[in-house]
Ligand binder design. Structure first.
Ligand code: UDX
Length: 449
């Protein structure tokens, strides 16, 4: 058992902290947000994530997991995981490293000076390549070692992805003695996960481990997210072509996906990607390679971004077309606010963006979402949020499904027809049963099919 700290308790840090406690370590989570720390300390999740409440409660009750706003509580940990956010800068495309520097400065201030057993600072945040080396210099002043250990968890699957990741990546220092020490400490922290013993009674296989340098480890994360974003925008571009030619993008994706060099995953066309990672990561990656003087290398990511953002206005245009040329004065139900189902995260959510575009064009928009209500009230209070699907669809001219929650997929279109005034549905996630809606009298519009 190690003593671990996790600095930053958002979607990434809080789940990592609880998962590390679950595999037997003593863990303290540090966050500067006192409200969040109070909630977590009481075993209550500040956000919606399937399976997390239970994991959190169990580990807080066992005493293995504590939270604090005071960095001093982390001072004696063997490994400090850095899981703070790296959002897009307000004044540009690059990553804002304010929280990384604030967190590491605060940690540095409480670390003991050159102890016999140096502690390890393991960065999990998504950062521009070159950041780990800068932090390593900073921590050398106290004799602490830095490793980069990117996190690949998906919201909605965060607990599983943390306890049973596809792979672990260790970016280690160039100095062989330091690298050996860093690898040993990470191996100890991840022992159960590496061996696949995370879930008792189930036959998990070992987790692959990739050991590399700082730069590669930092790049793995942004390269993975850029590749995923590229897949989604590729299929959305195909959807545009299908719309123009009468093709069906769902069938197209299925057919190309049988080629296992291509694969079927991440080829769901729709209103595009959002969330706290993909959009800002592809922008930050471009900004970083521009800084490195490789100006043209990632130009294609601008197109990926443009295709993605265009899907949002395509939904608005489809609604305008169907409503006689304009959405002005029309009442529209937007089903979905979260950037994807099984999450209450609305950061860069296509659904929220479309709702705002519709409102800006003069529509009366009602938004509903099974989980994101409180987050909308806090961060998007310009939206007219209603608590139930019935309230959202009553009397509307059109319905737009923009997050593929099960509740929306399973809607009985005949019941919606009893409440709605108009008979137009836009399936922004290609997730509805067309027959169900058409037989209830709706004009069914989708994205490329
Ligand atoms: C992503 C990466 O998947 C994860 O590995 C990384 O650690 C963080 O960023 P996440 O942001 O939780 O995870 O969401 P993800 O499941 O990747 O979905 C991103 C967006 O793409 C969502 O808005 C989703 O709706 C959209 N998407 C996904 C599609 O539009 N089509 C698809 O086929 C798949």
């Amino acid at each position: 058992m190690s003593k671990l700290s996790v600095i930053g308790c958002g979607y990434l840090g809080a789940v990592h902290a609880a998962s590390m406690a679950e595999v037997g370590h003593q863990v303290v989570g540090i966050d500067t947000d006192a409200d969040k720390v109070a909630l977590l300390s009481a075993g209550k999740s500040p956000f919606y994530e399937p399976g997390f409440d239970e994991l959190l409660r169990r580990n807080v009750e066992s005493g293995r997991l504590t939270f604090s706003t005071d960095f001093a509580a982390a001072a004696d940990a063997d490994v400090h995981f850095i899981g703070v956010g790296t959002p897009q800068r307000r004044d540009g495309q690059g990553a804002d490293l304010t929280y990384v520097h604030a967190a590491t400065d605060a940690l540095l201030a409480v670390l003991p000076d050159h102890p016999e057993n140096p502690s390890l600072v393991a960065g999990k945040s998504t950062v521009p390549v070159g950041t780990a080396a800068v932090l390593a210099d900073k921590f050398a002043a106290k004799g602490a070692i830095v490793a980069w250990n990117p996190e690949f968890l998906r919201e909605g699957f965060a607990v599983d992805d943390t306890l049973r990741p596809d792979r672990l990546v260790y970016g280690l220092p160039a100095d062989p003695a330091q690298a050996e020490l860093a690898e040993a400490k990470l191996d100890e922290a991840y022992a159960k996960i590496l061996s696949g013993e995370t879930y008792e009674g189930l036959d998990w296989s070992e987790t692959p481990k990739v050991v590399t340098d700082y730069a590669t480890a930092e790049l793995v994360k942004v390269a993975a997210n850029s590749f995923l974003a590229t897949k989604i925008s590729f299929i959305n571009a195909m959807a545009e072509i299908c719309d123009a030619t009468g093709g069906n993008v769902t069938t197209l994706a299925e057919a190309i996906g049988y080629d296992d060099r291509i694969g079927k995953k991440f080829l769901r066309a729709g209103v595009g990607f959002g969330g706290g990672c993909l959009p800002k990561d592809i922008r930050a990656f471009q900004a970083r390679v521009d800084e490195l003087g490789l100006d043209d290398t990632l130009d294609f990511l601008s197109d990926i971004d443009a295709v993605n953002v265009r899907q949002r206005s395509r939904v608005v245009a489809k609604l305008a077309d169907a409503l006689g040329g304009s959405v002005e004065g029309k009442t529209i139900a937007v089903l979905g606010a979260a950037f994807k189902p099984d999450s209450d995260d609305i950061r860069d959510s296509p659904a929220v963006d479309v709702a705002r575009q519709l409102a800006a064009a003069g529509a009366d928009v009602r938004v509903t979402d099974p989980k994101a209500g409180p987050v909308v009230a806090r961060f998007a209070d310009d939206l007219n949020f209603v608590d139930s699907i019935d309230d959202a669809v009553t009397g509307v001219d059109a319905v737009a499904v923009l997050t593929e929650w099960k509740q929306f997929q399973q809607l009985d279109a005949a019941k919606v027809a009893e409440l709605a005034t108009g008979r137009i549905v836009v399936d922004g996630r290609n997730c509805l049963d067309r027959g169900n809606w058409e037989s209830a009298g709706f004009t069914y519009l989708a994205m490329g099919r």
